[in-house]
Write a protein that binds this ligand. Structure first.
Ligand SMILES: Cc1cc2nc3c(=O)[nH]c(=O)nc-3n(C[C@H](O)[C@H](O)[C@H](O)COP(=O)(O)O)c2cc1C
Length: 260
């Protein structure tokens, strides 16, 4: 099938997923469209046709698609539009995330044709999988994308929806968030960058030092973007998470790819 337009859609608070999506989309098309679902604010409905393809990328939170991303993906509407699913994860596990993403997209009218689960730097404990996706990952992504380009051409319009096999099982894992709080320290200059960019508007407009911990999903975007390094998780809490993750994240996980 001649794909008329490729659109890269992603939710990526700290940029790992965006990096992977750029690598894939950039190799597939000279001018892919981009739809960044990370920031706050209202969005319109987005409609895609059968002769288009979407690449959809999200990070893994607790082995699942982040709830906020799942909600925003409901704005996408396909007409049997081919979809490529991408999850990035911090070298622990991606568990049900790919399966969940696949089911969301099928419900929205897309035809999942390929999927990738790509290890990336853990954005809470950054020493885990530091520097990933690395040279080896990029090489694998390149091969995957090359095969994908071919597969797009071969796509027959009559294959059954749901043919793409991905790991994961139902009922999905329960995920209730991480027991961490992000706080602003005395070096906060109240510049408001975190307020503008928080995906869920959890930071007070009048006093950016106040974070609504019920709303905050600990995506780490504000910590990463703060120009004065004022926002952080308490070092003792961070150390505890690091200790907990150390064992399960020690072994290098490799990127996995799936295709119909
Ligand atoms: C709240 C939260 C939960 C996470 N849960 C997992 C997980 O279950 N498994 C894993 O390997 N990494 C996990 N991570 C790490 C992220 O999936 C990983 O760093 C991802 O690449 C971040 O993507 P982004 O930079 O696009 O935001 C989690 C990160 C956060 C912030």
């Amino acid at each position: 099938m001649n794909i008329r337009q490729i659109t890269s859609v992603y939710f990526s608070p700290t940029g790992n997923t965006k990096t992977v999506m750029e690598l894939i989309a950039g190799q597939l098309s000279d001018c892919p469209a981009r739809l960044d679902l990370t920031g706050p604010g209202k969005r319109p409905e987005y409609h895609f046709l059968e002769n288009e393809a979407v690449l959809v990328g999200v990070p893994v939170y607790g082995g699942r698609v982040p709830a906020v991303a799942a909600e925003r993906l409901k704005k996408l509407h396909g007409r049997r539009t081919a979809a490529v699913l991408v999850v990035t994860y911090g070298n622990r596990a991606y568990e049900d995330a790919l399966l969940e993403l696949k089911l969301i997209l099928i419900r929205q009218g897309f035809r999942p044709v390929a999927a990738a689960a790509v290890p990336a730097e853990h954005n809470i404990v950054r020493s885990i999988a530091q520097g990933r996706p690395d040279k080896q990952d990029r090489k694998k992504l390149k091969y995957f994308t090359r095969d994908l380009g071919r597969r797009f051409w071969e796509l027959e319009s009559n294959y059954r929806i749901g043919d793409l096999k991905t790991p994961g099982s139902r009922p999905f894992r329960k995920y209730h968030g991480v027991p961490l709080k992000i706080k602003a320290g005395p070096s906060c200059k109240k510049c408001g960058l975190c307020v503008q960019n928080c995906p869920v508007q959890a930071i007070s407009r009048t006093d950016p030092k106040i974070t609504d911990s019920e709303r905050c999903m600990v995506c780490m975007r504000c910590v990463r973007q703060c120009p004065s390094g004022a926002r952080r998780i308490h070092p003792v809490m961070l150390l505890a998470v690091k200790q907990k993750l150390k064992k399960v994240c020690a072994e290098r996980k490799e990127a996995e790819f799936f295709m119909v």
